[in-house]
Design a protein around this ligand. Structure first.
Ligand code: PEP
Ligand code: MG
Length: 616
């Protein structure tokens, strides 16, 4: 009976997810997915099933190889022209990071390796679309196997590129819909191209059956301000034509909502617009608390296929530039000249502000396709500084590129990742000095950069006094520090609830780091995700930190919250939070007592599953 029930339970759960509410036909079904772009939309649902699907392409061979090669070449040319057109269309509206998807597609399509693989497959006698499917799937599988969430989701981008090429191969260009009224668009797989081809005014929200929160389509919908829910398990045929509510905060969709629910959500929509107006009011100002304590708000950058980064005038500089992504997207190590070009564009975009560039942090969940590392425990293995110290050639090229890029701009700081001992720092410092001397010989005007280390391995907490004698600054990577302190893999969904960013020991570590840095007069910044979390940012300032580095999307919220709070209030919050045994729930309660409504509304995406809490 137990076995039987277990089997039936799975079938029932699946049927309910598919919209068959056979226990209570009157109950309004709720469909759940991943909230990928915040906001609420109310309107008619439109299911679009016109997209051709790469997985519908089946094995087919050809005798006319030359014709298939020609078709492929024409499809690639059309796709390239199309990306250029779409990029231009969106250029005025969006920031550079969001547009990076079109640059990535262009880059991939121009990549000789992909073109050669496609041609070679056709040369074997496969029809162009079948060759395309095989090559795209093998590339996508390579990305899908990577444990880094960001890179894993690039598999989606490769598939999207394959879909686009398929449109042009089959000559079935995605139709530009003319809806009679704005709609909630439901698609099998949301792509950047769909978002770019439909006028923004016609999209109330987008719902995608496939995809995840960090796909480029999700990034694009956030940049366009369109609520989005991804990864929805439902039967879309049953939704089409109905009135619906999409809650981009909680990832919920309510088809045929009750009058009460509609009323409630309409109120939320108006609260939401009030809230964003409020936040925008402080976005251009310097970050400071209500009582005038200036806080440096810096940018985390580099997690983009684009080599440059958008200029953000409202930040105090770049607190963390992750250099590894461009290494990961290439077929070989980028040359010193290539790196020089990339770093210079970042340094000059922030020419009068500080830019902290981190040296290569590969290994762990970031394996280079051209240098596979096979380890049982990659996060405890050959990672970050451990790898670069074993490859001084690679390290020296990167250091020289950074130093040369900084000549005349003089705003470079160098940050070393994953340092766990003084010896590692000393060895790295010797190589930095060597790179500096080499650059200095050719360019005597080069300035010495500031050198810092990441605090992300717990051992650093106890050797900070030794470090203080050696480094100019430190930067706390709370993402890894939390992972190593709690012994919980930051990428493993199975243990995601144990990865607690506000765990009492994380807070105690943050307090310890701050007081040690203060005692040794050592400048310290936080560049992990905690710094951009609304409650995290308030807590950190309450603990005494005055430099926070975060993703662009959190800058305005954090500035607003700081401007609402006095330093005294924040200190009280930190004192209370440090006394809480259970981390997140109790810390949030303390925070709520400080700034009830605004704080709840702003932290809703990070900390809660339900937007309704805003109403409390
Ligand atoms: C961190 O670990 O907190 C950090 C900023 O580095 P990354 O997320 O790149 O590992
Ligand atoms: Mg890290």
């Amino acid at each position: 009976m137990v076995t039987l029930s277990a089997q039936i339970a799975v079938l029932i759960a699946h049927a309910i997810a598919q919209g068959h509410g056979f226990f209570d036909d009157n109950a309004a079904p709720v469909i759940r997915g991943i909230g990928a772009s915040t906001g609420v939309a109310i309107g008619p649902i439109w299911w679009d099933n016109t997209q051709p699907d790469l997985s519908d392409v089946f094995p087919a061979s050809t005798l006319d190889v030359a014709r298939e090669q020609e078709m492929l070449t024409v499809a690639i040319e059309h796709a390239l022209a199309d990306f250029k057109r779409m990029r231009k269309k969106l250029d005025l509206e969006l920031n550079k990071d969001a547009l990076a998807i079109f640059d990535l597609f262009t880059h991939l399509l121009n990549d000789p390796m992909l073109r050669n693989d496609l041609k070679a497959q056709i040369q074997k006698g496969d029809k162009a679309d079948w060759a395309l499917r095989q090559v795209v799937e093998s590339y996508a599988n390579r990305f899908a196997k990577m444990s880094d969430v960001y890179l894993r989701e690039r598999a989606q981008d490769i598939k999207e590129l394959g879909q686009r090429l398929l449109f042009f191969l089959h000559d079935t260009e995605y139709p530009i819909h003319e809806f009679n009224e704005p709609v909630i668009l439901v698609v099998r797989e949301l792509t950047a191209s769909i978002l770019a081809s439909i006028p923004k005014e016609q999209l109330l929200a987008v719902v995608s059956l496939e995809g995840a929160a960090n796909s480029h389509a999700a990034i694009l919908s956030r940049a366009m301000g369109i609520p989005a829910v991804m990864g929805v398990n439902t039967n879309p045929e049953l939704l089409s034509g109905k009135l619906g509510i999409v809650d981009g905060y909680s990832g919920e969709i309510f088809p045929d909502p009750s009058q009460e629910l509609l009323l409630e959500y309409r109120e939320l929509v108006s609260e939401e617009s009030e809230l964003s107006q409020m936040v925008e009011s402080t976005a251009d100002l310097e970050a400071a608390t209500k009582d005038g304590q200036r806080i440096q708000v810096m940018l985390n950058a580099g997690l983009s296929a684009d080599t440059s980064i958008s200029i953000n005038k409202n930040v105090d500089g770049v607190g963390l530039y992750r250099t590894e992504i461009s290494f990961l997207l290439q077929q070989q190590f980028p040359s010193e000249e290539e790196q020089l070009h990339q770093y210079r564009s970042v340094l000059s975009a922030y020419s009068n502000k500080r830019v902290v560039m981190r040296t290569l942090d590969i290994g762990g969940d970031k394996a280079l396709p051209y240098l596979p590392i096979d380890e049982d425990n990659p996060f405890l293995g050959w990672r970050g500084i451990r790898f670069t110290l074993d490859h001084p050639d690679i390290f020296l090229i990167q250091l020289r590129a950074m130093l040369r890029a900084s000549i005349g701009i003089d705003n470079l700081s160098i940050l070393l990742p994953m340092v766990s001992s003084v010896q590692e720092f000393d060895d790295a410092a010797t190589l930095i000095e060597q790179a500096y001397q080499e650059v200095h010989d050719a360019h005597p005007e080069v300035k010495k950069p500031q050198i810092g280390v990441m605090i992300e391995v717990p051992s650093m907490l106890y050797i900070l006094p030794f470090m203080a004698e050696r480094v100019d600054f430190v930067s706390v990577g709370t993402n890894d520090l939390t992972q190593y302190l709690l012994a919980v893999d930051r990428n493993n969904a199975q243990v995601a609830d144990i990865y607690e960013t506000l765990h009492p020991s994380v807070l105690a570590a943050m307090k310890h780091i701050f007081s040690t840095c203060q005692a040794y007069d050592l400048p310290v910044c936080i560049c992990g995700e905690l710094a951009g979390d609304p409650i995290g940012a308030l807590l950190l300032v309450g603990l005494g930190y005055d430099t926070l580095s975060m993703n662009t999307s959190n800058v305005a919220k954090v500035k607003y919250l700081l401007a609402q709070s006095s330093l005294d209030e924040l200190k009280q919050l930190a004192d209370k939070a440090l006394m809480q045994p259970y981390g997140k729930p109790s810390t949030i309660k303390c925070a709520i007592s400080l700034r009830p409504k605004v704080l709840l509304a702003l932290s809703v995406q990070v900390n809660f599953n339900s937007y309704f809490l805003v109403l409390l």
